[in-house]
Structure formats: structure tokens, C-alpha cells
Unconditional design. Structure first.
Lengths: 241, 177
């Protein structure tokens, strides 16, 4: 039995590409070795378009579109890098650095942080906005893990991995706008929550917001690629049944 | 032609940037033939000269003295470099910002002192309410992040600046580097 596949053809950065109709611009770009910076996107999780770093220009549209949630269309012409996009991406990163207390030099994730490395790859050398320096909590009530809200960028990877992959939905977001916070259960201390202690949230956190207590003070690499491996294994076991 | 006049300045930082600067080791000898060091915590000049070509400023602006100094330095300097994360982002000194200066002074000079506790108020400059990066007070010509920027970064940046080129800083260093 053959399944008819709906194929679209489009142009990304002047390159003719083809894609399945259900693919996003981000997926297709990466398949064709076109790099679009991302922060909230992670292979293996649903996309929410929260960080806006993956914005691209689409011919015929005045507004910018987040490529992680933009579906391909026949004849689309997409631009993934321009002075305008560079300006927006740098400004987004500056706003993230200014919003909370990201002190890279004394962070557990120094050297393994996606925000820090994106700052460098996007050519950021300083932040033009005044730093807000809010007073935020560090919750170390969990036996194994710590959440430092000073480092959180509200990408919601932890919320999605906990709900979609672990199936526990311990993490969620509380509040609105600048007051938004990731919380465990109904804003209970992490150590007293219904956490299953799987540690997936720590591995997918792009910054030092979630860390493993046993790694504090030492090199703290994370391995978010476990997620795609896990999915391959789960799919294989489902097919085996 | 007279040599380029270079100054280095130490405001609210740990001197780690100056240490990293010295870590250029023998390369300093090669570089120093191209400039005169006219003011620095590493040498003995007491006053900042009226005309300086290039100043490397370490540290954030934390006190009324820092603010006074950086404004004076800017007036007398052609090209000002914010050197290291404290100058660029306010970094560790700014970790007091969420609390303000009073609880910090209280902690350092009352809570942890058993005898004759008093907050110093004579001959020491008053702390500003918030610690801020250099560019929030004066114009900065080049930002050099890093805690500290490596000796290799210093060497490349200084070599470029002394040759009249603009270094590609983001390819060399980053926040917290």
C-alpha cells in the first residue's frame, strides 16, 4: 500500500527545497543545512513560538513569522537572515539578559548555556537596555534538583517535557507578562510536589535555571538529545506490540 | 610620531581582568614597544593624564567615586574600552541590586562583626543605589565581555586596536567566558 504524500515546493534563502505539507519552515530549513537560531524549540517537544528567535521573513508578508510554528506553503519565498532579522534577534537576546539576573560568570551553566552561546553567535557584546535586577527565589527544596528563577527565560521546555514526555505535568506557568513564573504543582515547593524525579526538565533547560545538585560548582553539561533517542525507542516498542 | 598613550583603570572589579591582561606574558613586551602606559594600577602614576588615546576600564560603577572617575576619564580619553563583564554588564557587583546597598553594608559591617561594629562613613565613597555598567554613564567605544577576557583575547584586541583595526569581539569572547 502506498500513501500519497502531499509535497510542497518553496524557496528558502534562494534555495529551492521540497517538503511534506505538514512540515514547518524550521524543520525544512534544518534539513537543508540552513541554520535558524532557536531557544524554546527542542526536537522531540511541541512548538510554542515563545522565544521569537526563529523569526523569518516571508515574501508578501509585512510581519515576521516564527519559523518553528510556520507551516510550509506552495511557492513560499522565505528569508532566514537579514539585517532586520539580526536586529530583532539581538534585541530579543538583550531583553532576555536584561529581564532577570543572568550573571554568566557565576552560573552553574557557564559554558553550557544556550542563551550565553546564542548571545555570542548573534554578535552580542553588551545589553543596551537597563537591567531590571528583580528579586527572585531559588528553590532548593528538592532532594536532587534546584530551580533558580534568576536564570529562567520562560521558554517552557520544562513544562512541555514534563507534560508531553514524562506525562506528569508537574511544571506549569503562573502569572502573566513580566510576572510569569514556572511553578511546580500549584506553586508548591519543588521538593513537596508530585515530581517523579525523572530529571528530564533539567536536561532540556537551556540555561542554569534548572540544575542537578550533584553538579553544582562543576562543569554542568546537559544532554537534551536524550529526548529524540527516547522517542525512537518508544516508537520501536509500540511497533513491536 | 609619539607613541599611543594607553591607560588601564580599575573600578568595581576584582582585578581579574588586569591579571588576565598580565597573562599575555612575553607578548606584553612586543605590544608595549608600540605604546606608553600612562596610567594604570600596575604602575605608579597618581593622576589620570589630560589626553589619553586608549583606556581599558575594568569594573562596574558602584560608588559616587566610580561615577566621578568614569566621567573624568571619558572627557580625557579618545577611545574607551569596557574591559570585562563588570564593566560591560555590571556582573557580580550588581548582584546586590535586588537588595540595595543598606542590607549589604548591614551584613558586612554589623551582622558578621563582634567588636566595635560600624559602617565606614569617613574617607570612603558612598555606594550608589544600583551598580551599573559603564555604558549607562558614558559612551563606550568597544565592549570586551568575559570574566575575564582571556589573554589571547586581549592580545588580539590590542593588536587590532594599535593597528587601527576594529576587532571582531564576538568571535573571541562572550559573557562569562
Amino acid at each position: 500500500m502506498s500513501v500519497a504524500t502531499d509535497v510542497k515546493t518553496l524557496v528558502i534563502d534562494g534555495i529551492n527545497v521540497s517538503a511534506r505539507a505538514d512540515q514547518t519552515i524550521l524543520e525544512v530549513a534544518r534539513e537543508n543545512n540552513i541554520d535558524i537560531p532557536t531557544l524554546c524549540h527542542l526536537d522531540g517537544l511541541s512548538d510554542v513560538g515563545a522565544c521569537r528567535l526563529c523569526l523569518v521573513e516571508v515574501k508578501g508578508s509585512a510581519k515576521l513569522n516564527p519559523s518553528c510554528v510556520l507551516k510550509v506553503e506552495e511557492g513560499m519565498e522565505v528569508t532566514t537572515s537579514s539585517d532586520r532579522l539580526k536586529h530583532y534577534r539581538q534585541t530579543i537576546l538583550e531583553l532576555l539578559f536584561a529581564e532577570r539576573n543572568h550573571v554568566c560568570s557565576v552560573c552553574v551553566a557557564n559554558g553550557h548555556c544556550e542563551l550565553q552561546s546564542l548571545g555570542q553567535s548573534q554578535g552580542l557584546t553588551h545589553v543596551r537596555m537597563p537591567y531590571r535586577n528583580p528579586q527572585l527565589e531559588v528553590d532548593a527544596s528538592h532532594e536532587r534538583f534546584v530551580v533558580d528563577h534568576n536564570r529562567c527565560i520562560l521558554c517552557t521546555r520544562c513544562v512541555r517535557v514534563c507534560g508531553e514526555v514524562e506525562g506528569a505535568h508537574v511544571w506549569d506557568v503562573m502569572g502573566r507578562g513580566i510576572d510569569s513564573m514556572v511553578i511546580t504543582d500549584l506553586c508548591d515547593p519543588w521538593g513537596e510536589s508530585s515530581c517523579t524525579r525523572c530529571g528530564k526538565c533539567v536536561q532540556v533547560c537551556p540555561t542554569g535555571a534548572l540544575s542537578d545538585k550533584s553538579k553544582v560548582g562543576s562543569s554542568h553539561p546537559k544532554y537534551p538529545e536524550f529526548l529524540t533517542n527516547l522517542q525512537v525507542m518508544r516508537e520501536a516498542s509500540r511497533e513491536g506490540l | 610620531m609619539s607613541k599611543i598613550k594607553v591607560a588601564t583603570v580599575w573600578l568595581d572589579g576584582c582585578s581579574g581582568c588586569h591579571m588576565s591582561f598580565l597573562d599575555m606574558d612575553e607578548r606584553l613586551i612586543e605590544l608595549s614597544s608600540q605604546f606608553d602606559l600612562v596610567f594604570s594600577p600596575l604602575v605608579d602614576f597618581k593622576t589620570y593624564p589630560d589626553e589619553v588615546d586608549l583606556a581599558l576600564v575594568e569594573g562596574a560603577i558602584s560608588s559616587v567615586e566610580d561615577e566621578h572617575k568614569i566621567k573624568m576619564i571619558r572627557k580625557r580619553t579618545k577611545f574607551l574600552v569596557a574591559m570585562g563583564d563588570c564593566a560591560v554588564t555590571a556582573n557580580v557587583p550588581a548582584m546586590r541590586n535586588p537588595f540595595g546597598p543598606e542590607p549589604i553594608l548591614e551584613r558586612a559591617y554589623h551582622e558578621n562583626v563582634s567588636l566595635g561594629a560600624q559602617i565606614p562613613c569617613v574617607f570612603v565613597p558612598a555606594l550608589l543605589e544600583k551598580v551599573r555598567p559603564v555604558h549607562e554613564f558614558v559612551e563606550v567605544d568597544l565592549f570586551l565581555p568575559g570574566c575575564p577576557p582571556s589573554a589571547d583575547t586581549f592580545y588580539t584586541v590590542l593588536t587590532d586596536l594599535l593597528a587601527g583595526r576594529t576587532p571582531d569581539v564576538a568571535s573571541l569572547t562572550r559573557f562569562g567566558a
